[in-house]
Design a protein around this ligand. Structure first.
Ligand SMILES: Nc1ncnc2c1ncn2[C@@H]1O[C@H](COP(=O)(O)OP(=O)(O)O)[C@@H](O)[C@H]1O
Ligand SMILES: [Mg+2]
Length: 214
């Protein structure tokens, strides 16, 4: 059986990652594709425990920027080895709500860490496995703020200053510009419109695989 495909959804808070991950999973399953969905940080028991440390200072102490980065990478290493790689090898398609580009956007552009260094560390954590396709859901900063305003208790990232969020959003756009793997899709319009644009890209990937298998 052919190896599955690995698709990640990225973008700022409220961009629609969780919404479109669920819609895409449904659509792929309807097309007969076995799908595994996951999220970062999290997706494993270890990862979910670390998520609480990263988002809500569950240890009673905020991680330093360096510790924060390494905690994210520890989650990713566990997720890659325990969940993503085995699923891809079984022929399943894996959809992840956030992955490496969030590290580049938040820790790189947001916190000002060196991108080349982050990429090298990420390669180490993932054994150089990369998404086949990354969808960057793009919304203006004001829209992101408005969409998360109605949610529950803000996490450590949501509480960051506007300037941080601006750097992250610009970072995502710069990453998309510099990479053929990342497709930027506007997520301000109707949900169905965004879903259609995502499906068009994923369908191309699916068609390629089916042509290859035929
Ligand atoms: N085009 C769109 N795509 C996805 N969500 C949208 C869109 N327009 C408005 N929304 C709203 O934005 C919010 C997105 O939330 P969510 O999917 O949880 O985002 P994220 O997981 O990126 O934080 C939802 O309340 C959704 O109804
Ligand atoms: Mg979400």
């Amino acid at each position: 059986m052919a190896r599955g495909r690995f698709i990640t959804l990225e973008g700022p808070e409220g961009a629609g990652k969780s919404t479109h991950l669920a819609l895409l999973a449904e659509r792929l399953r309807a097309a007969g594709v076995p799908v595994l969905t996951t999220r970062e940080p999290g997706g494993t028991r270890l990862g979910e425990a670390v998520r609480a440390l990263l988002q809500y200072d569950a240890a009673g102490e905020a991680p330093t920027p360096t510790a924060e980065l390494l905690l994210f990478l520890a989650c990713r290493a566990q997720l890659m080895d325990e969940v993503i790689r085995p699923a891809l090898e079984r022929g399943e398609w894996v959809l992840s709500d956030r992955f490496c580009d969030s590290t580049f956007a938040y820790q790189g552009y947001g916190r000002g860490m060196d991108l080349a260094e982050l990429k090298a560390l990420n390669r180490f954590a993932t054994h150089a496995w990369k998404p086949d396709l990354t969808v960057l859901l793009d919304i203006p900063e004001e829209e992101s703020r408005a969409r998360v305003a109605g949610r529950g208790r803000a996490d450590r990232f949501e509480r960051e200053q506007d300037a941080f969020h601006r750097r992250v959003a610009e970072g995502f756009r710069a990453l998309a510009k510099g990479s053929a793997r990342i497709l930027r899709i506007d997520s301000t319009g109707a949900r169905e419109e965004t879903a259609r644009a995502i499906w068009a890209a994923v369908e191309t990937l699916l068609q390629k695989e089916r042509d290859h298998d035929a």
